[in-house]
Every structure is written in structure tokens, then in C-alpha cells.
Design a protein around this ligand. Structure first.
Ligand SMILES: [Zn+2]
Length: 40
């Protein structure tokens, strides 16, 4: 199983099916996008 982790807050964003255990990083999760909007 693979995991997608937010690069900004390091929280797990999503899991996906896969033969290997994989961790992918995404720049922003929906939560961080909301925070960014508020800061701007
Ligand atoms: Zn995040």
C-alpha cells in the first residue's frame, strides 16, 4: 500500500493501492491550501 503525505504539514493525505510500500509527497493537502488562502 502506498501513502501520500503532505510535504507542508506531514499529515497523511491519501492511501492508494500498490504492491510496494511507497510514500509519495505532495506539496499541499487541502488543509494547507485553505491556510495559504487565509494567509494571502
Ligand atoms: Zn498539509
Amino acid at each position: 500500500m502506498g501513502t501520500i503525505v503532505c510535504q507542508t504539514c506531514e499529515s497523511t493525505v491519501e492511501h492508494f493501492e500498490g504492491e510496494k510500500v511507497t510514500t509519495l509527497y505532495t506539496k499541499q493537502c487541502p488543509n494547507c491550501k485553505e491556510v495559504s488562502v487565509q494567509e494571502v
